[in-house]
Design a protein. Structure first.
Length: 174
């Protein structure tokens, strides 16, 4: 459950960040898609396991021999006594065990954010239809942002206000 909530939080954060962008170009929208793809490819169970294995290998390569307890940085160490874990080459058995993280697919995952990013490319009528079909999934502010930073950039101010009023009325009736 924790992994799912954490992953879901990451996707929701991306969505919130994207929805707060005021104005940007087609290239900027493409960069949002690339950010989403980079995030998604980095949080897969296999990728996490690979990073854990790689870091474990790096730790083993950089391990230095342990110092004796007399030069220990532990201020509570008693001279002549060995600290726990010293006095031999024995490593924690858990250090060599890296298990595959859980495969999680939270409801607010890649497709949820990807659908939002793709909605930036819609024309007015298509966007209004998409919003009416998805109004329970996205906040009113996220939907209004699609107009302001997407199709609304090509509209006159009056028309943009009318479209935003239509969106607001969709949310009032839910």
């Amino acid at each position: 459950m924790t992994a799912s909530n954490t992953l879901q939080g990451g996707y929701v954060s991306l969505l919130e960040g994207f929805s707060r962008i005021g104005k940007f170009s087609t290239e900027g929208r493409a960069l949002c898609s690339m950010d989403l793809q980079a995030f998604s490819s980095g949080v897969g169970a296999k990728q996490i396991l690979d990073r854990c294995e790689r870091r474990k290998g790096e730790r083993k390569q950089t391990k230095e021999p342990r110092e004796s307890s007399s030069s220990s940085s532990n201020p509570f160490a008693v001279e002549g006594e060995e600290e726990e874990g010293e006095g031999g080459e024995q490593e924690d058995e858990d250090d060599d065990i890296v298990s595959l993280p859980p495969v999680v697919n939270p409801p607010y995952a890649k497709n949820f954010v990807s659908s939002y990013v793709n909605a930036w490319y819609f024309e007015k009528d298509d966007l209004l239809m998409w919003i009416s079909q998805n109004r329970e999934e996205y906040s009113i502010q996220q939907c209004i942002s699609l107009v302001e930073s997407g199709v609304g950039q090509r509209m006159k101010k009056r028309e943009r206000k009318e479209v935003i009023a239509k969106i607001e009325s969709m949310f009032v009736t839910t």
